[in-house]
Design a protein around this ligand. Sequence first.
Ligand code: COA
Length: 143
Amino acid sequence: MRIYQGVDLIEVDRVKDACERHAAFGEDIFTEGETAYCRARPDPYPHLAGRFAVKEACLKAFGLGMGGFGATGKFREIEVESAPSGKPTLRLHGSMERIGKRRRIRQATVSISHTPAHAVATVILLGDDLPPGAAEGGASGEE
Ligand SMILES: CC(C)(COP(=O)(O)OP(=O)(O)OC[C@H]1O[C@@H](n2cnc3c(N)ncnc32)[C@H](O)[C@@H]1OP(=O)(O)O)[C@@H](O)C(=O)NCCC(=O)NCCS
């Protein structure tokens, strides 16, 4: 069993400013489901910032640095789904899903907390042991 962990803390105003200055920012980063969930809240920005923190925490858990990760559109491949209880679940799509399969990830947990000023998220991935010689990988060579 292998454990991968990532954490990220972000200022809510950074996400708010980016959303307000560049209309495309939100579309590049968040899925429709994430946007709908957050926009339904009285102040969507702590919730959006929490989801942004999840995406960065997930990249950290995978050891994928921003430099090697490529287009910001990839952020949409890391999605937070919220149960009616509010409990968040991590969903990986596209190239992130493929990376997860190569790492033999079988379970992922995510936790979010926020204040009006800051949001923090942790991501923990549990994966089966990799076969001998299999590269755990980093930013390069993993789409
Ligand atoms: C879930 C709960 C702990 C959130 O705590 P909070 O201090 O209000 O808010 P935080 O900023 O720390 O966390 C908010 C995040 O918690 C997460 N969350 C909400 N419900 C959750 C649940 N059932 N399980 C896990 N995570 C949950 C969400 O990701 C939420 O952020 P989001 O709406 O942007 O997705 C709290 O709202 C709650 O409902 N607790 C239930 C237990 C309870 O009532 N205890 C009181 C006993 S005194």
